[in-house]
Design a protein around this ligand. Sequence first.
Ligand SMILES: NC(=O)C1=CN([C@@H]2O[C@H](COP(=O)(O)OP(=O)(O)OC[C@H]3O[C@@H](n4cnc5c(N)ncnc54)[C@H](O)[C@@H]3O)[C@@H](O)[C@H]2O)C=CC1
Ligand SMILES: N[C@@H](CC=O)C(=O)O
Ligand code: NA
Length: 430
Amino acid sequence: MRTQPLKVALLGCGVVGSEVARIMTTHATDLAQRIGAPVELAGVAVRRPGRVREGIDPALLTTDAEGLVKRGDIDVVVEVIGGIEPARSLILAAMENGASVVSANKALLAEDGATLHAAAAKHGVDLYYEASVAGAIPLLRPLRESLAGDKVNRVLGIVNGTTNFILDRMDSTGAGFAEALDEATQLGYAEADPTADIEGFDAAAKAAILAGLAFHTRVTAADVYREGITEVTAADVASARTMDCVVKLLAICERGADGTSVSARVHPAMIPRSHPLASVREAYNAVFVESEAAGSLMFYGPGAGGAPTASAVLGDLVAVCRNKLSETTGPGESAYANLSVRPVGEAVTRYHLNLDVADKPGVLASVATVFAKHDVSIDTVRQQGRDGDATLVIVTHSATDAALSATVAELRGLEIVRDIAGIMRVETQG
Ligand SMILES: NC(=O)C1=CN([C@@H]2O[C@H](COP(=O)(O)OP(=O)(O)OC[C@H]3O[C@@H](n4cnc5c(N)ncnc54)[C@H](O)[C@@H]3O)[C@@H](O)[C@H]2O)C=CC1
Ligand SMILES: N[C@@H](CC=O)C(=O)O
Ligand code: NA
């Protein structure tokens, strides 16, 4: 074994960074054996150097992240500060300096992964980011390596721990949205700005990364259709319960039947309680990968939190250190397929909606006529009457977003329709 240590610069020492530092210290001997050389924490960039950080030598702390990544002795930079800047500039500077990079930063990878990959290739270094999607779950490496000989057609799953935690709490304990979000934040699941979680930006970034790797094409966060969970009400969750369904925030990436396009979308959806994703509780994530030869694969595990995320970071750290020692690099970007991204209007799903209507003869026929006019076929209708008004709970067969939107717009114009609520996609396919 080589005695000269590989030197690691850690950028950020928050929820994830502190766990990375802890595991690097407590498992130092095992890590050295697995890599073939010791790994040494050579510097830690922080914002508040005065803060006591258990297990970290205060002499390693610096507020000069740029100076740290440009140091001549750094072999690997672990970026866990998050956000676009200064993370991007620091990663690019590190690569220019010959360091490989491990990052958990999905926001950055999904916005400008191409630039980072190009820099890694140019400077002959690695860029690994397993922690950026679905926390601890090994998912990117299986897509990048294990499935490199297969053809992936669909990736579907729950990729945000915070929103799954909130929806699970609302369903199982009747907790309010704000209370559940607070708890998720305390547990270290939420992003520094939890808007990224609840508005679906975090899941959309992950969907972009997944689609890019699965379909060998470039997909950015801006290409992903996105709806968060802020509009999901206790009434929606209750309505789902009466249909023996749960509400989940899903990420769905699909290869188009035309062979030249892909689509990626993130939105809440009702799924039957019998669906395997319905049993994904708290901050766990689960992702199905459907491929031509392998069939359907399911990846499941902790999707957020300091220690689980650090596990994925450490796995990458070991891989890039091994590559450094053998003077090689792992697989780079694979975007040769150059597929176009289809708009969400063409996505086909079933829909649930609640219509508050006047309870009088002919209403059902008028409503059904509008659905038929837009070629949206109704699967089930349940009527709940109350004081001259009635609520029609309608579930459609598969329809495009565009057809459903046109139906809803026309229904809103009908005098007999007082309100339309609970519009949500229904996913039944595992
Ligand atoms: N918390 C989680 O469960 C997961 C987080 N991630 C990602 O990991 C990254 C880090 O997340 P957390 O540790 O949860 O966030 P955090 O907010 O707890 O930690 C980030 C740390 O970086 C520090 N920082 C920010 N800018 C800095 C700068 N210029 N120089 C030095 N330090 C700076 C902050 O002060 C903070 O302590 C993010 O990209 C996040 O999306 C990925 C998977 C799961
Ligand atoms: N905020 C994210 C953290 C992991 O990626 C989440 O809740 O999933
Ligand atoms: Na992962």
